[in-house]
Design a protein around this ligand. Structure first.
Ligand code: EPZ
Length: 426
């Protein structure tokens, strides 16, 4: 398994190109199931999760041709030849559950493996299942699989989510797009990635109102056409590099991203003593004082502070003056980066869903282990400022969600390299 070795102490200065958003690209790719016409997606990041989802879509009969240079993905589900998403795909990439609604909507039947839990939590899919039942699907859970049937098609209905769920909102918005009649999703998620998916569905002929609000109305259609659509910028990647600039004390411009999707950074960055200014689609981040100051954050559904930036902000707090409190309200186990940061000298106390971070003058490089996608990158960030060398193992987690992380950071002055780890897998 590969490792990344970082030599800390370099300021980051220059421009970083932001890629298309992983969490927009994945649901957009699944939308190809809803039409027998080609769906062309631009600005698709070259990530393990994208390649894994391409494999699953091909398994279902959707051809997937990816041009890694042009970042263009052409999907064509002229005929769906299988309605089964086997466990070996779904366990690799939980977002595979998103094929459930589209398969039932187009084919009247689907057999999708339950995703099982993951490092950050149990991550049930009850809201996806309950919502499909509301649209008239018969659902049976059998031997770890969801068997869904709607032989006469889905019928629009009001669906109230008891909890805000990005994936359930996406799954049911896509299913409702081909249902007979109108569906109203209430307590729906409002993430920019959902708006991006909805806008693509509208270009495919869907009739959707309320995107970006907690009430989304979908008037079902019999047929959706193909289209061409460009994926929005990855706000989590942009936020990650903004933290890297703040921690190392340099001045970095994030190219081709949307400040409107990063507003939740303004307040904590201001408190920390970091300027974050946008002009057009560029966002420039610059630390304005010798040492960062502490701040508090609590993760919430969008437009609140994203859970996917929680670990990165914790890294930032480890070297800030004073202390900061981080409260994680979305996932039940998303502090696995804490013991690894502590190995580097961070002073963090966890009580339930809150972590109190007391700033230390310096972190010390150490061998650490990645546990999930965003925890991995928080260790890279800590390594950028730690004294000496840090090696991060199990970085396959990183490859799932960050396109060319080493290349992008090296380009702005970071000293890091990817090494093939000779040791056997632990
Ligand atoms: C999406 O996951 C993202 N993944 C996650 O990003 C992100 O952390 C999460 O939304 C929250 O923003 C993709 O978009 C591919 P949820 P998702 O359904 O859809 C509970 C990353 O690092 N829940 O909004 O799975 C769930 O357990 C990943 O890029 C139910 O209880 O998240 C969680 O506590 C990690 N029942 C909360 O809701 C359900 O049926 C939010 O989950 C579904 C979810």
């Amino acid at each position: 398994m590969d490792k990344i070795r970082i030599t800390g102490g370099q300021q980051l200065n220059g421009d970083i190109e932001i890629s298309g958003a992983k969490n927009a690209a994945l649901p957009l790719m699944v939308a190809a199931i809803l039409t027998d016409q080609p769906l062309v997606l631009n600005r698709v990041p070259e990530l393990q999760d994208v390649l894994s989802l391409n494999e699953l879509l091909e398994e279902l009969g959707v051809s997937a041709k990816y041009d890694g240079v042009a970042k263009k993905l052409t999907l064509h589900g002229a005929k769906i030849t299988s309605t089964e998403a086997p466990y070996e795909f779904v366990r690799k990439m939980r977002a595979s559950i998103l094929v459930l609604g589209p398969l039932v909507a187009r084919m009247g039947v689907a057999k999708v493996s339950l995703p099982g839990g993951c490092a950050i939590g149990t991550r049930p899919v009850d809201l996806h299942i309950e919502g499909l039942k509301r649209l008239g699907a018969e659902i049976e859970l059998n031997e770890g699989y969801i068997l869904a049937k709607a032989p006469n098609g889905l019928v629009g209905a009001p669906i109230h989510f008891t909890k805000v769920s990005v994936g359930a909102t996406e799954n049911l918005m896509m299913a409702a797009a081909l249902a007979k009649g109108t569906t109203v999703l209430t307590n729906a998620a409002r993430e920019p990635e959902i708006v991006d998916l909805g806008e693509c569905l509208i270009k495919m002929g869907a009739e959707i109102e309320g995107l970006g609000t907690d009430r989304i109305t979908i008037h079902g259609k019999q047929y959706l056409r193909g289209t061409e659509h460009s994926v929005i910028a990855d706000r989590i990647e942009a936020g990650t590099f903004a933290v890297a600039a703040a921690m190392t004390g340099g001045k970095v411009t994030l190219k081709h991203c949307e400040m409107q999707h990063l507003e939740y950074l303004t307040q904590p960055f201001h408190k920390a003593g970091v300027d974050i200014l946008s002009s057009g689609t560029d966002v420039t981040v610059e630390r304005k004082r010798d040492r960062l100051r502490g701040f508090d954050i609590m993760t919430e559904p969008y437009p609140g502070f994203p859970t996917d930036l929680q670990a990165q902000m914790m890294s930032m707090l480890t070297i800030a003056e004073g202390a900061g409190m981080i409260t994680e309200t979305i996932f039940e186990n998303r502090f696995m980066h804490v013991p690894e940061l502590a190995r580097m000298g961070a002073d963090i106390t966890v009580h339930g869903s809150s972590a109190l971070v007391r700033g230390v003058a310096k972190l010390k490089g150490a061998p650490v282990m990645a546990t999930d996608l965003r925890a991995s990158v928080s260790l890279i960030l800590a390594g950028l400022v730690a004294e000496g060398q840090t090696s991060v193992s199990r970085i396959y987690h990183l490859d799932r969600g960050y396109e060319d992380l080493v290349g992008k950071l090296t380009k702005v002055g970071a000293k890091l390299e990817r090494m093939h780890d000779k040791e056997e897998a632990a």
